[in-house]
Ligand binder design. Structure first.
Ligand SMILES: C[S@@+](CC[C@H](N)C(=O)[O-])C[C@H]1O[C@@H](n2cnc3c(N)ncnc32)[C@H](O)[C@@H]1O
Length: 218
């Protein structure tokens, strides 16, 4: 491994270790003004997202799951330009949480940063430009909520890398599971369904892409 890569790995670990403290220290909760700003942004952008982003109703489902479960430490794999991230960050603003989101494509990552700022939720997000294959392994957790929406071929591997880092009561969601685009999505679903102590189901009211939900017992 090159020294530059080793240094980047070390920095990622340091940044991750401080995450729990940051979640605890995070200050302002959602206010009516913030709610209005985010909702206006989401309404204005509705139907315009064009970088493989989740549809509006799937974003709302993610938001509602986080708020209902009072989840704080949130991980998203696959930011793209940030539609689902805005929904997750809005939920984090309500629970006192924070979102770490990972995107490998610099252009999309930068557009996501701009969108998060416009939506008013940038301070609830730690957006990483990185290969999730590497970074997911380095992030220590524990995670209260995971949303995976990146490369479908890696779904099972992400899940296996993260399952030991899920907090009691934590939930792991995955997009594009209703019409699996890759054999590995089916393998992921088979594996997730059989985890002892982990409930498994699909989100009601989701788009035709589908969202699976695995939740750990408390
Ligand atoms: C379906 S899109 C995510 C959409 C986003 N969740 C939303 O709703 O706005 C999948 C994203 O995962 C990213 N991706 C694919 N492989 C990745 C990897 N190994 N690490 C990080 N990001 C990856 C792609 O560049 C793409 O932007």
């Amino acid at each position: 491994m090159g020294s530059a890569l080793r240094f980047a790995g070390l920095m990622a670990v340091c940044a991750c270790v401080s995450l729990a403290a940051e979640v605890r220290a995070q200050a302002p909760r959602a206010t009516p003004e913030l709610d209005r700003k985010v909702q206006d942004f989401l309404d204005a952008e509705r139907g315009k997202w064009d970088y493989l982003n989740v549809p509006y109703q799937d974003g709302k489902i993610l938001h509602d799951l986080v708020v209902k479960g009072a989840h704080k430490a949130i991980l998203e794999i696959g930011t793209s330009t940030g539609h689902s991230t805005v929904w997750l960050a809005w939920a984090a603003a309500k629970t006192g949480g924070r979102v770490v989101t990972i995107e490998i494509d610099r252009g999309r990552h930068e557009r996501a940063l701009a969108n998060l700022k416009r939506a008013g939720v940038a301070e609830y997000v730690d957006a990483r430009l990185a290969d999730a294959h590497e970074l997911v392994k380095l992030l220590p957790g524990p995670w209260d909520f995971v949303f995976q929406d990146a490369d479908k071929e890696w779904y099972l591997r992400y899940f296996r890398d993260l399952e030991a880092k899920m907090a009691p009561g934590g939930c792991y969601t995955a997009h594009n599971v209703a019409r699996p685009y890759a054999r590995q999505v089916i393998e992921f679903l088979d594996y997730a369904r059989k985890r002892p102590g982990v409930s498994f189901g699909f989100a009601e009211g989701a788009s035709g892409e589908g969202i699976s939900i695995s939740c750990w017992s408390r």
